[in-house]
Design a protein. Structure first.
Ligand SMILES: Nc1ncnc2c1ncn2[C@@H]1O[C@H](COP(=O)(O)OP(=O)(O)OP(=O)(O)O)[C@@H](O)[C@H]1O
Ligand SMILES: [Mg+2]
Length: 418
């Protein structure tokens, strides 16, 4: 091989080497650039991750609810300040301790059951009590979910817990309030029953007294009085005594069950029975009583004695309102009708003094009376009775006569088909 050949070969090799090195250099430079880019991308990613982590940490740290991670055994793996504050501590003091050192004895089994469920992959909610080392009791509500690692394995219980002590206390307050209300209601019922008896028994007792008075007078002047007449009066007294007994029984049953004693009743005949009781009083006060009773009224499901007491109270109010009227000008009109709303309506209208300025509703207030001898219980008792029968009772001013109309309705008794 000649020198020239060697030289040209060497030249070629040199050229090739330099070409190779230029190419490698170029490759090296471009892969260096790529590396740089990759590093930049990673740094950016790490920064983003860090930012995200800071962001999450900030949220958890400032979250007003307790956020904690627990192991299966109940060790506190991590907790935020709000959580630690629930037991008056700092997060560092709580990490690594066992949750069961603060969970109230009676709730520990429930808490363990919840933890087991979470480690089986379920989530759950539990209300429980804790006692802080300083002895402060709190009610908490925790929402627990499984916390998984990248492989999907459950590594902790993630619990978001809130203090519900205030709500529990107010629930307790409401419960106490209801209990107290029920107690007061029972007292009111007893009180109302006593008042009702006192009010309703007044009439038959007065009647009995006056019948007995007549009998005594007759006995004193026995001559000229037929035995039949005395027997008749004694019979009336006995009927009133019987009525008083019925009232006591019925009011007692009404107060205890509000149900018994109701049977399909004809309102017209209840009215006619009552009218015979108060006719003497009406006549004595110069009041004429008119009845406009609808034919073929349907029956109502009613306690006859109690509905009669209502009618009696309203008629007596009407008669009393006409006390100041000139002789024989008092008119009491009692009507019945069936309404479109499938009720039987009874009205008792007078042309008396009219309602007091306090208005119609005030008249229903227990013990409200404008009468010297009044108890102020007649309307309130009557409304309770009508309401217990599913009806309503109200008073209306009658602009035409200047008097008052009392109006009550009772649902028609509809027999069950078949
Ligand atoms: N028809 C009426 N006309 C005018 N005022 C009436 C009428 N009915 C009731 N009031 C008014 O309503 C008040 C309360 O009536 P309510 O029947 O409850 O008690 P009271 O009649 O005063 O006493 P009682 O307990 O003996 O019935 C009456 O005192 C009276 O002022
Ligand atoms: Mg009255």
């Amino acid at each position: 091989m000649s020198i020239t050949t060697i030289a040209s070969a060497a030249m070629l090799i040199a050229v090739m080497i330099s070409l190779y090195s230029i190419r490698s250099n170029f490759r090296l430079r471009s892969s260096g650039n790529m590396l740089q880019l990759e590093v930049g991308r990673r740094i950016q990613l790490e920064q983003q991750l860090l930012e995200k982590q800071n962001y999450l940490t900030a949220i958890i740290q400032t979250e007003p609810e307790c956020v904690k991670l627990l192991s299966r055994e109940g060790l506190v793996l991590d907790i935020n300040p709000a959580g630690a504050a629930l037991i008056d501590a700092e997060p560092a003091q709580v990490r690594g301790t066992c949750i069961y050192s603060v969970v109230a004895q009676q709730d520990q089994a429930h808490y363990r059951a919840l933890t087991e469920r979470v480690f089986r992959g379920e989530s759950g909610i539990l209300e429980f009590q804790i006692e802080s080392p300083k002895g402060r009791m709190r009610w908490l509500e925790t929402h627990a979910v499984p916390m998984r690692n990248a492989a999907g394995t459950i590594i902790a219980l993630l619990g978001i817990t809130r203090d519900i002590t205030a709500r529990k206390n107010s629930d307790e307050e409401v419960r106490r309030h209801h209990f107290e209300l029920a107690r007061v209601c029972r007292l009111v019922t007893v009180n109302e029953m006593a008042m009702t008896l006192a009010h309703e028994l007044n009439q038959p007792l007065c009647a009995i007294t006056s019948y007995m008075e007549s009998l005594r007078n007759m006995a004193r002047e026995a001559e000229g009085t037929s035995h039949e007449r005395m027997g008749e009066i004694a019979g009336k007294a006995a009927a009133q005594a019987e009525r008083a007994g019925q009232i006591i029984r019925r009011v007692r049953e009404f107060a205890s069950t509000q149900e018994s004693g109701k049977l399909p009743s004809h309102v017209n005949s209840l009215i006619q029975d009552v009218i015979s009781i108060c006719m003497a009083e009406a006549r004595q006060r110069g009041v004429s009583v008119l009845l406009h009773l609808a034919d073929e009224l349907p029956t109502v499901l009613a306690d006859p004695i109690l509905i009669q007491q209502v009618i009696l109270n309203l008629i007596r109010n009407g008669i009393e309102a006409m006390e100041e009227l000139p002789d024989e000008s008092g008119r009491l009109l009692v009507t019945t009708r069936r309404t479109d709303a499938d009720t039987v309506e009874v009205t008792i209208a007078d042309n008396g003094c009219g309602l007091p300025d306090a208005g119609t509703e005030r008249a229903f207030t227990p013990f409200y009376t404008t009468k010297p001898q009044g108890m102020g219980m007649g309307l309130s008792i009557s409304r309770s009775i009508i309401k217990a029968h599913g009806g309503n009772l109200r008073l209306e001013a009658d602009s035409h006569s200047g008097g008052t109309t009392a109006r009550f309705s009772l649902p028609v008794f509809l027999e069950e088909p078949g």
